[in-house]
Design a protein around this ligand. Structure first.
Ligand code: NDP
Length: 434
């Protein structure tokens, strides 16, 4: 780690995991061999490439692309692509490291990887996004494949981008196969993939609350983000009659004091998924909804907070405010949304923390089911996929309880880290070094 002092996010993710697993390794003889921890620190492969493309006006652009193939002890590399101007190698190393542990928790045969570009799809025409995706895939295609590395979406890579990337791969390779997941069902995708991360988050939360003799229905939720994860988290919460008072985006926070309704969510979906607009437009449509410009939602009073936007979005002062307003549970639906300081503080205060690698594993789990359907040339019904998603999230919850049980409480962070490590370490030891 000391070789890369500038990779702050990667260091943060490693520190979080190693805090749990180092004491466990020290107490378990069979894992004190083959430099297992050192092996996990270094990705199998880091690919960095130039993406040159020409926009509709004839101007040339140069972006950077990356794919970090972190570990394939459990199966082909699997993990999303992110297009965001702030993305860099540090971002992808942290995400790929986390992905390896998350995929291990699902119980499905998937290794961990992540990648993307510093390209910003915001404000670009469909035609320019298509040109970029084709140029990106021209460089990435030789490193991926259904048995090698299977990317999916993430921030800035939704179904439009997955469609363009899949189309480009098909043209370059001449084959139609399961090289990418997150495809719409009509192009070989799985039902429920779009909803999976959000729905899975709620299934996991349901299990966490049940463990405390609580139910979703009686809690007030504060949610950040208004992208794929946030929208389907809120959709499932509303189906369970929960009271959700906020969503947010990069322009500010939408506040519905009496709770968001399905009618509100319909307009939010149209604004964010179809028009790619700002949440201000939603507040303009409903008198009962306020918009707090430029603010995060963490100052609102709630029982449960669900950060669904991005890494390090919930800082120490936000954690303190949430705690003083009575928060009892935080479920990390985004990847690493809490700073280390916020995590430490909330742990000390006895707030129950559901870590990302467990809470948001539903997305990659259904991606795993999409791969199975592609390999079998089958398409399963929504009900069948949803049932499997529920079972997987309950199994992950149980694994966290098994490995995280402490006197009078459950440490879900420790439980998730150790449960994933055991799976990975056993496979790595079985396969020998490398
Ligand atoms: P989207 O791009 O669909 O949505 C991201 C949302 O977060 C948008 O509303 C965006 O606002 C907001 N946002 C992003 N960055 C910031 C910021 N710096 N400040 C305030 N708001 C911000 O992404 P997803 O919903 O797919 O992903 C969200 C998180 O969940 C990420 O951490 C991702 O890695 C993780 N995740 C996603 C999975 C999936 O299946 N999609 C699976 C597992 C994890 P705006 O609309 O204004 O840009």
């Amino acid at each position: 780690q000391d070789q890369y002092p500038e990779q702050q996010q990667f260091r943060q993710a490693v520190a979080d995991v190693f805090q749990s697993i180092v004491p466990y390794v020290n107490a378990t003889e069979k894992y004190q061999t083959c430099a297992l921890l050192d092996q996990l620190l270094v990705p199998d492969r880091v690919i960095e490439f130039r993406v040159s493309w020409q926009d509709g006006a004839g101007d040339y652009h140069v972006n950077r692309g990356w794919r970090v193939q972190h570990n394939n002890a459990l199966g082909a590399y699997k993990g999303g692509l992110r297009f965001h101007p702030a993305a860099n190698l540090d971002t992808f190393k942290f995400l790929a490291f986390e992905q390896t542990f998350k995929n291990a928790l699902t119980g499905l045969p998937m290794g961990g990887g992540k990648g993307g570009s510093d390209f910003d799809p915001k404000g670009k025409s469909d035609a320019d996004v298509l040109r970029f995706c084709q140029a990106f895939m021209l460089k990435l295609n030789r490193f991926i494949g259904p048995e090698q590395d299977v990317p999916a979406g993430d921030i800035g890579v939704g179904s439009r981008e997955i469609g363009y990337l899949f189309g480009a791969y098909k043209q370059i390779s001449g084959v139609f196969n399961g090289v990418l997941t997150g495809k719409p069902p009509a192009s070989g995708g799985s039902h429920i993939r779009k909803e999976a991360t959000g729905y899975g988050c709620v299934y996991f939360l349901q299990a966490m609350l049940k463990q405390q003799d609580l139910s979703l229905k009686d809690q007030t939720f504060v949610v950040s983000g208004a992208g794929n994860v946030a929208i389907y988290t809120v959709e499932k919460l509303l189906q369970q009659q929960a009271r959700v008072i906020t969503m947010s985006d990069s322009s500010g926070t939408l506040l519905a004091k009496d709770g968001l309704t399905e009618a509100h969510l319909k307009v939010i979906k149209q604004t964010k998924e179809v028009e790619r607009g700002s949440l201000t437009a939603v507040a303009d449509e409903f008198a009962e909804i306020d918009f707090i410009k430029g603010k995060k939602p963490w100052s609102q009073t709630c029982d449960v907070a669900i950060p669904c936007a991005t890494q390090n979005e919930l800082e120490l002062q936000d954690a303190k405010q949430l705690k003083s307003n009575g928060v009892q549970v935080i479920a990390e639906a985004a990847n690493m949304p809490l700073t280390s300081e916020a995590t430490e503080y909330l742990k000390e205060q006895g707030v129950l923390l559901g870590p990302s690698k467990a809470v948001n594993a539903g997305g990659v789990a259904v991606s795993g089911l999409e791969r199975t359907q592609n390999a079998l040339l089958q398409s399963w019904s929504s009900e069948k996929v949803d049932e499997q998603l529920k079972n997987i999230m309950q199994d992950i919850h149980q694994a966290c309880v098994t490995h995280g049980k402490e006197e009078g409480r459950i440490d879900y962070i420790k439980g998730a880290n150790i449960a994933a490590f055991v799976k990975l370490a056993d496979a790595m030891l079985f396969q020998g070094i490398g």
